[in-house]
Design a protein around this ligand. Structure first.
Ligand SMILES: [Zn+2]
Length: 241
């Protein structure tokens, strides 16, 4: 026998999460955007988070992996954050401005690139590795960030096609420069008219490896173009917000 459906039903669950954004609302509350391991990106209301540290214990900071207890309500977009604790603190990042900026940029990319309430296990894994990598001594933050960007695009299905022409499918000849058109989704061969952004064969290989999740594969000289390609791709697929 089917159980009668309760009105305003809700479910509670616990998951790991990263804080993407915190927006004050009312006198003492916040609405937070979280990227969670179990359900992807969600928005949640945090009652009293700015009045009392008790329930959240100062855990509502970016950079650290949190363990959050969430309540989901039928028919409502907004979850309720009941509790948050630090699961894997990354306090070492707080003393490094460039690492904090890189983490902030990566988290804003995640916020823009991910659909609401869709688990993204590969992206979750890559983001955790990236944040851990930023905390390592002597980390090359710019190189890590741009490589993470390519891994992110790949994980959410916005990856550029780098091995063959997006128009005719012809494989890129090895050892030759290729031309990229982000709006068309990747390499466009000469026969199909080419494109504005030229990349060397070696860089193309490094970008393929970065898209595959390798975080330390890009060189300093790659970072500017790689970040530009990530930004262009996100603007195209995910809007500017
Ligand atoms: Zn072609």
């Amino acid at each position: 026998m089917a159980r009668p459906r309760a009105r305003a039903a809700s479910r509670e669950f616990t998951t790991e999460a990263l804080l993407l954004r915190r927006v004050p609302t009312g006198d003492a509350d916040d609405v937070v955007a979280l990227f969670t391991e179990r359900v992807g990106r969600v928005s949640a209301f945090t009652r009293g988070s700015r009045r009392s540290q008790k329930r959240f214990g100062g855990a509502l900071e970016p950079l650290h992996t949190l363990r959050v207890h969430l309540e989901e309500h039928d028919g409502r977009e907004l979850f309720t954050l009941k509790e948050a604790t630090l699961a894997r603190p990354r306090s070492v990042l707080l003393s490094q401005l460039d690492a904090m900026q890189a983490a902030g940029e990566a988290l804003s990319w995640v916020r823009r690139a991910t659909p609401a309430r869709t688990p993204e296990p590969l992206l979750w894994q890559r983001l955790e590795l990236f944040l851990d990598g930023l905390g390592q001594e002597g980390a090359a933050t710019g190189r890590l960030l741009s490589a993470f960007g390519f891994g992110l695009l790949d994980a959410v299905g916005f990856g550029l096609l780098l091995g063959q022409c997006v128009v005719c499918g012809k494989p890129c000849p090895s050892g030759r420069r290729a031309q990229l058109d982000v709006a068309r989704g990747g390499v466009v061969c000469q026969g199909c008219g080419g494109a504005r952004i030229g990349v060397s064969a070696a860089l193309r290989q490094r970008l393929v490896a970065a898209a595959d999740g390798q975080l330390t594969v890009l060189l300093d000289e790659d970072t500017r173009l790689a970040r530009e390609l990530v930004e262009l791709s996100l603007r195209l697929h995910a809007g500017v917000e």
